[in-house]
Design a protein around this ligand. Structure first.
Ligand SMILES: *Cc1c(COP(=O)(O)O)cnc(C)c1O
Length: 407
């Protein structure tokens, strides 16, 4: 092959790269999509380090540091934290499969697709599922949750803190944990879209089990699910009459890989070594920034986003301001606007991802994530620019009632 041919091949290769990789890190802004756009750069570097053996003492040390970092993340003194090898769904399944025995009652708060999935999942593990429903875009009052717990005395009350399909934030304090305790109920919470973005206090609120994901507010690669259990939850796990119907996610076995009950480790599965490197780095970054500062940064980015959206005449899908989730923002698609065309234009022009709705909000909203590495003014401004251009392109005129200047 001549040098000319070589360089021609190189040019084609580069053309291919620039067609697919729009910016060095790929498109901006994950709403709640499956791809972890904008992974924190140092996490990518951590992931590229040489692989240690999954039972090798230096790797066990990394796992121990992860447990410690998670205790801070969850705001708990409980020794029972770990990463499930798998995405948020693996955390979800681990929580249900290990804490619910066949025939036991579980109340599932359903106000979007995540509650729906947990209701489905609990049925597969032969739970007696009671669905507590709220309209999409609404949350449950603590009073109604307490009343449902007192009435049914379920083994589990399951709630989603950040419903990313509709953009709602479920309140978990105000004595809900105590009410669950009094009824012999375990309080289990999905924080996949919210952990690190909004306040969470596992011990103070009396939460018994929590799972999350690595690729949302922790801005990591997908593949590890932060997980927590209270002493009460562990007592339930150890006292089960039946084995969990999943081997892969049996926490009695996974616990011995993470050293929950005794210092020596035993093999259950191969931990996702590179993803754990990235998670240890992510947790170190959280420690450096501090949770309070991290929550404040997310809130500020959310406020900046809504300031800009308001100026464009766009409105929130979630009616009650106290129910609005900081990390996943749902924006009403105005009449006469083609949401998909706007999203496509944002991607084609700016490599900015503006997700559409999911489940009950499909076709009604755009969803914009303000999460982790993207919860900063630059990323927010880029999204606003993309919205402005997309709306202008479609000739959309904001209602005069908004009282703002025309686009
Ligand atoms: C993304 C998400 C999940 C699922 O997480 P995966 O990592 O895709 O398995 C679960 N719950 C909520 C609230 C989410 O936003």
């Amino acid at each position: 092959m001549s040098v000319d041919q070589l360089s021609q091949g190189r040019k084609e290769e580069m053309a291919e790269v620039s067609n697919t990789a729009k910016t060095p890190q790929g498109p901006i802004q994950a709403a709640d999509g499956p791809r972890p756009y904008h992974c924190t750069p140092t996490l990518l570097a951590a992931q590229a380090l040489p692989l240690l053996g999954h039972m090798h003492p230096p790797f066990i040390h990394i796992m121990d540091e992860i447990k410690e970092g998670l205790r801070y993340m969850f705001q708990t003194e409980s020794p029972y934290t770990l990463m499930i090898s798998g995405t948020g769904h693996a955390g979800m399944e681990a929580a249900v499969a290990n804490l619910l025995e066949p025939g036991e009652k579980i109340i599932v708060g359903v106000n979007g697709i995540w509650g729906e999935r947990v209701a489905d999942l609990a049925g597969r593990y032969q739970g007696d599922v009671v669905q507590l429903k709220a309209d999409a875009g609404k949350t449950f009052s603590v009073a109604e949750l307490k009343a449902a717990v007192a009435q049914h005395k379920p083994a589990i009350l399951f709630l989603v803190q950040g419903e990313s399909s509709t953009g709602t934030h479920q309140a978990l304090g105000d004595g809900l944990g105590e009410a669950c305790r009094a009824a012999g109920t375990l309080l289990v919470v999905d924080t996949v879209a919210s952990l690190g973005g909004v306040p969470l206090f596992a011990d103070k609120w009396g939460v018994d089990a929590i799972y999350s994901g690595s690729q949302k507010c922790l801005s990591g690669p997908p593949g590890a699910a932060p997980f927590f259990m209270s002493q009460r939850a562990v007592d339930k796990l150890k006292g089960r009459k039946t084995k969990p119907a999943t081997y892969n996610l049996d926490l009695n076995l996974i616990a011995d890989y993470w050293g929950w009950f005794k210092p020596q480790r035993s093999y259950h599965h191969t931990g996702v070594v590179s993803t754990f490197y990235a998670m240890r780095e992510a947790l170190a970054i959280v420690g450096e920034e501090g949770l309070q500062a991290m929550w404040a940064r997310h809130l500020a980015a959310h406020q900046l986003l809504w300031e800009g959206l308001g100026e464009l005449g766009l409105e929130p899908y979630v009616a009650d301001p106290k129910d609005r989730l900081v990390t996943v923002n749902t924006i009403k698609v105005p009449e006469g606007v083609d949401w998909a065309a706007l999203s496509k234009d944002a991607m084609d022009t700016y490599a900015v991802e503006i997700a559409g709705g999911l489940g009950p909000s499909l076709g009604k909203v755009w969803r914009v994530g303000v999460m982790g590495f993207n919860a900063r003014p630059m990323a927010v401004e880029q999204v606003l620019v993309a919205f402005r251009r997309g709306l202008v392109k479609q000739g959309w005129k904001q209602p005069a009632a908004a009282g703002k200047s025309e686009l």
